[in-house]
Design a protein around this ligand. Sequence first.
Ligand SMILES: [Zn+2]
Length: 410
Amino acid sequence: MKDKIVTRLSGFLIVLCLFAGSLSEAYAAAPQIREARFWTAPDHTRAVLDLSAAVEYRAYSLHSPERVVVDIKGAELRTTLDNFEKNDPVLIDVRYGKPKPGTLRLVMDMREKVQIRTFLLKPMQGKPYRLVIDLLRAEDADAKVVAKASDHASKPIVIAVDAGHGGEDPGASGPHRLREKDITLAVAKRFAEEINNTPGLQAVLTRKGDYFVGLKKRVIIARKANADLMISIHADAVKQRDVSGASVYTLSDKGASDRVAALLAQKENSSDAVGGVMPGEVEDPLVQSILADLIKRDSLNSAEMLAEQILKHIGQVGPVKYGAPKHARFVVLTAAEIPSVLVELDYISNPERERLLRSSEHQDRLATALLEASRTFLKEQGRLPPTQLGRDEQHMPSGQKRSTSGQPQT
Ligand SMILES: [Zn+2]
């Protein structure tokens, strides 16, 4: 009797296992493409497919006319493929079909020959499996601008302006859905414009639109442009909605100044995983060996001075969360020879601050504060002569004057 029960039970278990097995097989056999997003960057166009499961795929080029073909095994298309920029520099159209049973084929019509880079991202931070297809242009629009800049007879002082996040990585978001990637880009563009309106200064934006740039790639863009300083722009978020104020961070060779700074660095450094960087995509020995670099100490000291100036000037247009710069290992600050700081402009999680961050007047005030801080820093460093500062001030309104008159109630 006892044996019979055991036999029946094991029989039931076998059926259950078979059922579960066929279920998981069916699930694995029909992964779905649930959403497709396209991001246009100066050097590439990125397609991202949200998947219900991992897929097997093959990507290759066909010529005359130029096409990129992606065959995905057993996948079903459950979304449209038309939300790319119509004036995309490489992509004309995306089509799909089933060349044979069990294969979904995506065909991307190209304006020019491209290199293909593909990788599969595992689920993370609420995002599903993602298949990333990068269409790399032969010519980098950014590189052209930098080359042109270095042609100048007298080299201007170059400020690398880094708008945090972008594309697949929205960064933090506010209670009224303001996204960090949008506010960082808005302030970065205004800041860059003010820099370029200042004689002797030139801005290089590491990101110019809504696309993702890996953290090390940002460092490389700044380095290739021979940047004299780099300011990475972010906005923070916490659960408590009443928290407000700016904070400024520099790289540290001694570890983080405290747990909060370490956690923030961890959060900002996760940008690569969310935004999508292929493992080993960027190899830069200088970035790898940052902590062994000899010039590091000097540029860390300079970064500290720049950070102090930013706190001082940003403190004139809004509240400051921490009165002194903090330190942690932010990947985006690892250009050893470039004084680099990361600014959290304010807390996007605070509804009142979110509203201000959204306003173009406040974005202007923040941009002007960053410019004034940079100018004061460069003057302290002897890079910008006081005479030039005086002459400039006759031509453009001082940020401090502007910010005092329009200072928000905080
Ligand atoms: Zn951020």
